[in-house]
Ligand binder design. Structure first.
Ligand SMILES: C[S@@+](CC[C@H](N)C(=O)[O-])C[C@H]1O[C@@H](n2cnc3c(N)ncnc32)[C@H](O)[C@@H]1O
Length: 381
């Protein structure tokens, strides 16, 4: 099998895979037996690097990476690794970085294997530098599928997602509605795709969760909120998140999400690549009109300024339906929204020119989950 292996983070592999698909729109992405390892072909190293810089759910790529189904035979694996290394030579110092995911493979010690691979590299004439190697050979052991993947790494491997002020509660302006940065970043990528695809709009920005992540990714974008306290606080958060970095690439101002064509800068017209929406619900944030009517008006308004390949991600509270981190929710499945009706919502989206394409569940706690729904622009007759 050609291509590279992408290693996904464990928080939500299914969402991470959906994010990867939108960040690498021309790539062919195939699942493997290991839920967090997917093969990726038809991409360039530049496209992969760009995805790594902004992704929430992507750990690293293993260039030309290969799989080995563990059958207790270490010599067989080492033989295959040696063959890989002879076909993928690199210049400079090297190190082997082993890690395990989804439990242990019985009888397989990644540190012993890493030592043995280090021995092969040494014999091949490489200098080993564990501190600052020029190239790192990743060796991932996946306990669930009892398989290993290996290859030269592009990206950090085991590091977790980091955003400025990783918890929303660390920001100067925090409200219980503030979104987790990891989910906010993922939604931004899911909606807008590669960074250079066009501006992103968060029509109801609240404390600025999406816009901060868009801005830290170097995307152009605008956040709006009808409540001036939110606008002031979100602007404070955005400034704080950029302290010591380049100035923000996104802006936040007061405005009504149902009037986007009047509020967006002229260059945004017909060019917005992605919308991210976390509409008001419950006791903590008060909408300007009844929830369903408000959502429909925002969808219509967004359609008027979207580019023809725009994505729209809406995050909605739902009654729990299990962890569901390895699979999408089928659009014809039943989903119990906290407010409104799932099939009614899909009809509303279609009617406003947004075709639902995928849905995922994020488990929050025993009595609450969130639905992450992605829809794509469709022309209206
Ligand atoms: C659930 S909160 C968004 C939370 C946000 N994702 C965050 O990370 O803080 C919804 C926001 O929508 C705003 N809102 C309600 N109606 C609006 C409208 N018509 N136009 C713009 N914003 C509106 C509310 O003021 C509230 O801040």
């Amino acid at each position: 099998m050609g291509g590279d292996v992408a290693c996904l983070r464990g928080w939500h592999p299914a969402l991470a895979k959906a994010e990867l698909k939108t960040l690498l729109p021309n790539a062919e992405i195939r699942s493997s037996n290991a839920p967090r390892l997917v093969t990726v072909s038809d991409t360039t190293s530049e496209q992969q690097q760009a995805a790594l810089l902004v992704a929430s759910g992507l750990q690293c790529f293993l260039t030309g990476g290969r799989f080995h189904a563990w059958a207790g035979n270490q010599s067989k694996l080492l033989e295959e690794v040696e063959e890989y290394l002879s076909e993928h030579k690199v210049e400079g110092s090297v190190a082997v970085v082993p890690w395990r995911q989804e439990g242990k493979i019985k009888g397989c010690s990644t540190s012993t294997l890493a030592g043995a691979i280090g021995g092969i590299l040494h014999r091949m004439g490489y200098s080993i530098d564990l501190e600052k190697p020029d190239h790192r050979m990743g060796l991932v052991a996946d306990g669930q599928s009892e398989s290993l993947a290996y290859g030269w790494m592009q990206g950090e491997g085991t590091a977790s997602f980091t955003s400025r002020g990783r918890r929303a509660s660390e920001r100067p302006f925090f409200k219980p509605v503030s979104l987790d940065p990891r989910l906010a970043r993922l939604a931004v990528n899911l909606a807008a795709g590669p960074v250079n695809s066009g501006p992103i709009v968060d029509p109801m920005t609240g404390t600025g969760g999406f816009i901060i992540e868009a801005s830290l990714s170097g995307r152009e974008g605008l956040g709006l909120d009808i409540n001036s306290e939110m606008v002031q606080g979100a602007n404070m958060n955005l400034k704080w998140a950029h302290e010591g970095l380049e100035p923000p690439t996104c802006h936040i101002k007061r405005g009504d999400a149902t009037h986007l064509p009047h509020l967006l800068p002229v260059p945004y017209m017909g060019k917005v690549a992605g919308f991210v929406l976390d509409p008001p619900y419950g006791r903590n944030s008060h909408g300007s009109m009844e929830n369903e009517a408000l959502l429909e008006a925002v969808l219509c308004s967004a359609h008027d300024v979207a580019n023809p390949s725009a994505g729209f991600v809406v995050i909605l509270p739902i009654h729990p339906m299990g962890e569901r981190i390895h699979e999408a929710v089928e659009l014809n499945e039943s989903v119990d929204l906290l407010h409104g009706d799932w099939h009614g919502l899909q009809s509303m989206m279609v009617r406003t020119g947004w075709h639902p394409t995928s849905a995922h569940v994020e488990h929050v706690h025993r009595s609450l989950s969130r639905l992450v729904l992605l829809a794509r622009y469709a022309p209206l007759d």
